[in-house]
Design a protein around this ligand. Structure first.
Ligand SMILES: NC(=O)c1ccc[n+]([C@@H]2O[C@H](COP(=O)([O-])OP(=O)(O)OC[C@H]3O[C@@H](n4cnc5c(N)ncnc54)[C@H](O)[C@@H]3O)[C@@H](O)[C@H]2O)c1
Length: 306
């Protein structure tokens, strides 16, 4: 029987997940749900750009996730963070789902992580978060090379790289390489002003954010000027500069298929598990929220990042 997949949210990234799904080398059925007509059209157009694959036994397009069938093997939620909790909760409460992949930023409050974690446990749904650097061959090769390092410091820097939205990726990568267990954040280097993101309703941050961990230091900086995005690792044994633009980045349309095939074949994939990601989101959400709350008269509990 074909493995049934529902993809909810087919915007910029969702349409790339969809292209990846079309490359899967196992029998699958795909249903996408996207309420915005122009986004649906773009997604279907991008889907058609990928070579025909006889493993795709069915492809359906819906405008509302409430019209999904009662059961799916895998659901991928690629909407924005603000409505992810509502959508993901409806899916796990109303449908029978075996596996779930959630886009980052998963949720914007710690309470939602806790409530959702309970739902997942009750329904026994294996869930991952799409922090995809863990799937890049470069980082998969690098990780074992760093296994014996006593400590690892990681410095991330660049201009206008979307610190609000992408810090989670850097914390996830640092965790992937170090498996740190404890951290303290220092957000005193963040600029006082919290800027509007290019995505409406979300915020951006500039300046520096530091996490001191039991495995070393993660230092993250974002400036306003054009400046290349770089990662530098310094360990007790040496240094390395990482320029992701040097062929390290893999497109989502070449990753989703790999993750899905592994889930079908092994019930596993290389993405971050929900349980690990709760810890990593907590680091990011609390450091940004504590910064926002320095300037807010009322306590802000929802971190406006996606
Ligand atoms: N993992 C990564 O590397 C990575 C990269 C880029 C973006 N993202 C994340 O993916 C998410 C989506 O980003 P994007 O750039 O695709 O945004 P987007 O706005 O282009 O796409 C979101 C889509 O969700 C749709 N949507 C909204 N409500 C919906 C609903 N009720 N049912 C179904 N669909 C609904 C919107 O119409 C839109 O098309 C964000 O959280 C973003 O941070 C992750």
């Amino acid at each position: 029987m074909a493995f049934k997949i529902a993809l909810i949210g087919c915007g910029n990234l969702g349409s790339r997940h969809l292209q990846g799904l079309k490359k899967v080398r196992e029998k699958i059925q795909i249903t996408i749900c996207e309420p915005v007509e122009s986004a649906r059209k773009t997604a279907v157009e991008r889907y058609s750009q990928i070579e025909n694959n006889e493993n795709i036994v069915d492809f359906q397009v819906l405008d509302d996730y409430h019209r999904l069938e009662p059961d799916y093997d895998l659901a991928i939620v690629a909407t924005n963070a603000a409505n992810r909790y509502e959508i993901a909760s409806w899916l796990v409460e109303n449908l029978k789902i075996r596996y779930l992949i959630l886009e980052k930023v998963v949720f914007q409050t710690l309470e939602e992580f806790e409530w959702f974690g309970e739902k997942l446990k009750n329904k026994n749904i294996k869930t991952w978060v799409n922090c995809a650097r863990r799937m890049y061959p470069f980082y998969q090769d690098l990780r074992p090379q760093l296994e014996d390092e006593e400590w690892i410091d990681m410095y991330v820097s660049g201009g206008n790289w979307g610190m609000g939205s992408n810090t989670l990726h850097m914390v996830d990568l640092y965790y992937f390489l170090t498996r740190f267990k404890q951290y303290e954040f220092d957000n005193s280097g963040l600029e006082d002003k919290v800027s509007d993101s290019k995505r409406s309703g979300y915020k951006e941050f500039f300046g520096s954010l530091i996490f001191k961990t039991d495995r070393g230091k993660l230092s993250i900086r974002c400036g306003h000027e054009d400046e290349p995005f770089r990662i530098k690792l310094i360990t007790n044994k040496g240094e390395r500069d990482i320029n992701e633009a040097d062929g390290i980045v893999c497109y989502q349309s070449n990753l989703t298929n790999v993750a899905v095939e592994k889930i079908i074949e092994q019930g596993e994939c290389d993405l971050t598990t929900y349980e690990e990601s709760v810890f990593l989101h907590e680091a990011v959400l609390t450091s940004f929220l504590s910064h926002i709350n320095k300037f807010s008269e009322e306590e802000v509990k929802r971190c406006p990042i996606t």
